[in-house]
Design a protein around this ligand. Structure first.
Ligand code: SAM
Length: 292
């Protein structure tokens, strides 16, 4: 059965009385070359554990199962369970868990499955993400410090552009700093809307996020670092001094002292700052204001 073929999806929909739910982001992949790009881009090897987010009818799951040691797929829509039982019946190394990914304790799941299946390789997270929760899923993986080596995910091109932007680029935002603080980001492919059924309104991209063994920059207080990043991008048209003052609830004089000590011009804009400069601001802030 070619899981990516429109005829297969039609057959499954009819047989199981299944209707695609837009609010669950059910845009299924129907292009085998994109499925190949996802699997190749995720660098899965035969000893690896794969955690998949949102298997749908199993197009990526089946391809991942061929490449990996063991695959665990987390799907929230229980109507897909009998379908997946049929489509993945020949894959002996796949397990479906019916759960909301945002409520899943991923690190416990990863530890348990690695032990149960004697996994000696890496842990790879993959998924053609439900677009309505792309950012919450990525932030959950990063903030919970998921015990994985990489995350290879499909998302709206616009969100991918933000995650991979360099300082100074117009797409740069708080999510850029958050993702790049934890990961090295590379784009695997751009994917046109025609690769999905139904077609989404926008094009997509596959990103490979390689989790860094140590963070991109050294910060004294991670929360303060992210508070500074959020404040700097919170009011884009303001100068850095005004944005930080408003976002952090500090006086402009306090912020000027911090920026002066960090060697950063107060008239700059958040999107021009490098990760190192954000770290310098947060570290000065920790000493100059909070350390008083
Ligand atoms: N992997 C399939 C493919 O590429 O054709 C399906 C991808 S589709 C874009 C997103 C999938 O995520 C759907 O199967 C949807 O039901 C599932 N999903 C939506 N919200 C979810 C959640 N909170 N937790 C887990 N899965 C979810």
């Amino acid at each position: 059965m070619n899981l990516y073929s429109p005829a297969t999806l039609r057959y499954l929909k009819e047989k199981y009385g299944f209707r695609l739910t837009k609010s669950l982001g059910q845009n299924f992949l129907q292009d085998p070359s994109v499925i190949r790009e996802m699997i190749d881009g995720s660098e899965i090897s035969g000893e690896d554990l794969v955690i998949e987010i949102g298997p749908g009818i199993g197009v990526l799951t089946e391809a991942a199962a061929e490449a990996a040691g063991y695959v665990v797929s987390v799907e929230v829509d229980e109507r897909l369970l009998p379908i997946l039982e049929e489509t993945l019946q020949d894959c002996g190394n796949v397990e479906i868990i019916c759960q909301d990914i945002l409520k899943t304790d991923l690190n416990s799941l990863i530890r348990q499955k690695r032990e149960e299946h004697g996994i000696t390789g890496k842990t790879r997270i993959i998924g053609n993400l439900p677009y309505y929760i792309t950012t919450p899923i990525v932030m959950k993986l990063l903030e919970e410090q998921v015990e994985a080596d990489s995350i290879t995910i499909m998302m709206q091109k616009e969100v991918a552009d933000r995650m991979k932007a360099a300082p100074g680029e117009k797409d740069c935002g708080a999510i850029t700093a958050a993702v790049q603080y934890y990961c090295q980001v590379s784009q695997v492919a751009r994917v046109p809307k025609e690769a999905f059924h139904p077609r989404p309104k926008v094009d997509s991209a596959i990103l490979h996020l390689k989790i860094r063994p140590t963070r991109a920059v050294s910060v004294k207080d991670e929360k303060l670092f992210f508070d500074c990043v959020r404040a700097a991008f919170g009011q884009r048209r303001k100068t850095l001094c005004n944005a930080l003052s408003a976002g952090l609830g500090r006086t402009k004089d306090e912020i000027r002292t911090v920026l002066g000590a960090a060697g950063i011009e107060e008239s700059r804009r958040g999107e021009t700052l490098s990760m190192e400069e954000f770290a310098a601001i947060a570290n000065e802030m920790a000493e100059t204001i909070d350390g008083r």
